[in-house]
Design a protein around this ligand. Structure first.
Ligand code: URA
Length: 256
């Protein structure tokens, strides 16, 4: 019987030849669907299971690709990525959202993560704390070149990849009445260390890429500006997400 992986809901036998080796990975299942519906041709649904929706189709350059969902945060991402690699994926581009912690990184722009400050529990199960959470250099350069070509405002740099949206990103306007001492002032410290943004998946993705031997990249839409507010800037979200998707798709055209 054909093997279907428990979480992603499909297996290698669901992928006819030529087998796709490239996957776009979104936190949001609707984004995974939208990428396939808007940018792939001859789309086939692989699975819509546990919110981890996956589709396969063709890019304009004649290459097959998967658009899959990681879910929110590193534990869910680690499961999906492990299973995607088992079905033959060798390049993963995360298309996410993030909050800027620098004055000059504005909502509506994108951040291309070259490396992550990885403060994630899931990654501790995969590699030592000190292990590099670095993106694949070729994917990162392809993302930067794509942003340049498309005239998308992009910032290439270091991302703080953490486990929580509220406490870990030093949000005080939340249900939690107490922010641990070690979180207080952490955003200013990261800002001084030239960290550009907060998000919740790239650190573990990059460590997995380096351990498993696949190429990982990450482009995130900036949807919050933490120097101004803790809130998401909803007005900027759609355009920023669209820019991040276009950058990832364009980069994929040039990746071997
Ligand atoms: N995603 C995050 O992790 N943080 C933000 O502020 C926005 C999106």
């Amino acid at each position: 019987m054909a093997k279907s992986f428990y979480h992603i809901g499909f297996g290698a036998d669901d992928l006819s030849d030529p087998r796709p080796t490239l996957a776009f990975l979104s936190g949001d299942p609707d984004r995974a669907h939208m990428i396939a519906a808007t940018h792939f041709s001859d789309v086939v649904k692989l699975s819509e299971h546990r919110g981890l929706n996956s589709y396969v189709g063709w890019l304009p350059n004649g290459r097959r690709a998967i658009s899959a969902t990681s879910g929110m945060g590193a534990p869910s991402l680690s499961i999906v990525v492990n299973e995607l690699v088992q079905v033959g994926v060798r390049t993963i581009i995360r298309i996410g959202t993030c909050g800027s912690i620098q004055e000059h990184v504005l909502p509506g722009s994108v951040v291309i993560t070259k490396a992550a400050l990885c403060r994630q529990g899931a990654a501790e199960d995969i590699a030592p704390t000190e292990y590099p959470a670095s993106g694949d250099p070729f994917v990162t350069v392809a993302l930067a070149a794509a942003a340049h070509k498309l005239h998308v405002t992009a910032h290439v740099g270091i991302t703080a990849s953490v486990d929580t949206f509220y406490e870990g990103q030093e949000r005080t306007e939340s249900a939690n009445p107490i922010l641990l001492r070690r979180m207080q002032g952490i955003t200013a410290e990261y800002r001084a260390l030239n960290v550009l943004n907060y998000e919740m998946e790239s650190g573990t993705l990059f460590k997995m890429g380096n351990v498993y031997g696949f190429a990982a990249g990450c482009v995130c839409a900036v949807i919050a500006q933490r120097t101004a507010s803790e809130q998401v800037v909803m007005d900027a979200k759609d355009a920023a997400v669209d820019a991040a998707i276009r950058v990832a798709l364009e980069a994929a055209q040039d990746l071997a």
